[in-house]
Each structure stands twice: as C-alpha cells, then as structure tokens.
Design a protein around this ligand. Structure first.
Ligand SMILES: [Zn+2]
Length: 147
C-alpha cells in the first residue's frame, strides 16, 4: 500500500468515512517527526492520535489510538493519508532529528497494544520483567523475584 494507491487497499466504507473526516478538517497537527514519519491528531467525537511511517511512498506502519481493531486501517488513518497525499508532504524531503519519537509513538499506541507488548516483552526479557514487577507488583512478594 502506497500513498498513491491506498484507496485500492482499504474497505470503501472506511475510505468514505476517512475522507469525510479529512474534508471536515478533522485532521490537525500533522507533523513530520523524522524522515517519512508522521504524527497527527484526528478530531471527531473524541480526538485520536495517529502515527504513520513511510518508506519512500510505501506505508510501512500505521497505528491509531482509537479502539478500532478490525484488521488495521481505521477512518482516522485514512483521513491522515488523504491529508498527507493532498498536501504532498511526502514530496518534501525533510531531515528531522527524531527527538520526540518515543513520546509521539507512545501517544498513538492503544492501551491494548501496549499491554500486549509489555506481556510479550516481559516474557522475552528477564531484566525488564524484574523492573516491571518491582515498579508495579507491590502485592507480589519481592523476595520471590528470582523465581
Ligand atoms: Zn482510528
């Protein structure tokens, strides 16, 4: 999926809603935080944070903080895609230092995604698991941390 053909890859209903959001000027604060990486806020009944990463014109990653989880692209992401396409933002070559990356990405990650990541990561990484239990496991017996 690229910025030029995303309409062929997204369900028409979602496309239509996303386009409405774009037309109603719901897309705000579109920022290129690093080369090919964008964050934006999409208004509506509730404001959501969108993060998009492109490799050249190809969409490599997209996340949105809304609860829509039926296989990826929601209307908020579509709205931002329309915005970036129309403003031809990908044609400007901008080199930006990725200073706020972590905070911006974190803002766009949903709680469910975050929980899933923490769970997976804690299984893989013993020292992270230990730190996590130390920080949040106040009711977990501290002296059993090496089990
Ligand atoms: Zn969304």
């Amino acid at each position: 999926m690229t910025i030029d053909n995303f309409e062929d890859h997204i369900e028409p209903k979602i496309l239509e809603r996303g386009f409405d959001y774009y037309e109603q000027d719901y897309v705000r604060q579109v920022k290129q935080i690093a080369t090919g990486e964008f964050t934006a806020k999409v208004m509506g009944s509730y404001p959501y944070n969108v993060y998009l990463r492109f490799d050249d014109k190809t969409v490599e990653m997209h996340t949105c903080s809304c609860p829509y989880e039926y296989g990826g692209v929601c209307k908020h992401i579509v709205a931002v895609l329309y915005y970036i396409a129309d403003a031809e933002m990908l044609d400007e070559v901008i080199e930006i230092l990725p200073t706020e990356d972590l905070q911006n990405i974190l803002n766009a990650v949903s709680e469910a995604q975050l929980r899933e990541f923490v769970l997976k990561y804690a299984k893989l990484n013993r020292s992270f698991r230990k730190d996590f239990l130390h920080r949040f496991g106040t009711n977990i017996h501290e002296d059993e941390e090496d089990v």
